[in-house]
Design a protein around this ligand. Structure first.
Ligand code: K1U
Ligand code: ZN
Length: 172
């Protein structure tokens, strides 16, 4: 398995709408293995293909504490959503930045699993939040886009500052 580089904001690939996967292949299966490896290593609870510079509709998530409940979905679609939940989200493409996002708390999501079978999954709380966060990535959307104008501006300003500081440290 291979650890892949994670694309950071403001790279333009994070703002693209990803293409549906036509069919499950060995190459997609390997990509999913690499995505899980990269996600667990980061560490994160989710990862979407555009975060590793692949503009295809693939997500992986595992919100379990024991890190033994991997879920990969290809061409995921939310077909029902109800309720409301607020959660402080982070993003591997905006490391060091957090913000409270309000989303539906309960969702029904449909997609293909890595065996090529169509599945429907009921998700709530953190799993529902994480799946929605990852599907947003497939549509070129980031969690900061859910924040109010001022909070979004502050979060992005903080991220630019963090990146500048990191670049300065690397040059020392
Ligand atoms: O898609 C991503 O950028 C991954 C992101 C997913 C996510 C986090 C929080 C709410 C919704 C979606 C992350 O995994 S950020 C890292 C993180 O949240 C975490 C890392 C280690 C342990 C627990 C959480
Ligand atoms: Zn993210």
């Amino acid at each position: 398995m291979q650890k892949l580089d994670i694309v950071l904001y403001p790279q333009s690939g994070l703002r693209e709408v990803c293409k549906p996967v036509a069919a499950m292949t060995d190459a997609i299966d390997k990509l999913i293995d690499d995505m899980f490896y990269t996600m667990y290593d980061a560490p994160g609870i989710g990862l979407a293909a555009p975060q590793i510079a692949v503009q295809q509709r693939i997500i992986v998530v595992d919100v379990s504490e024991s890190k033994d409940q991997p879920l990969a979905l290809i061409n995921p679609e939310i077909i029902r959503s109800v309720g409301e939940i607020s959660w402080e989200e982070g993003c591997l493409s905006l490391p060091g930045i957090y913000g409270t996002v309000r989303r539906p708390s309960d969702i029904l999501v449909r997609g293909m699993n890595r065996d090529g079978k169509m599945v429907q999954i009921e998700a709530n709380e953190l799993l529902a939040i994480c799946i929605q966060h990852e599907i947003d990535h497939l549509n070129g959307k980031l969690f900061v886009d859910h924040l109010s104008g001022i909070k979004r501006a502050r979060a992005l300003q903080k991220f630019r500052k963090l990146m500048e500081e990191e670049a300065e440290l690397a040059n020392d």
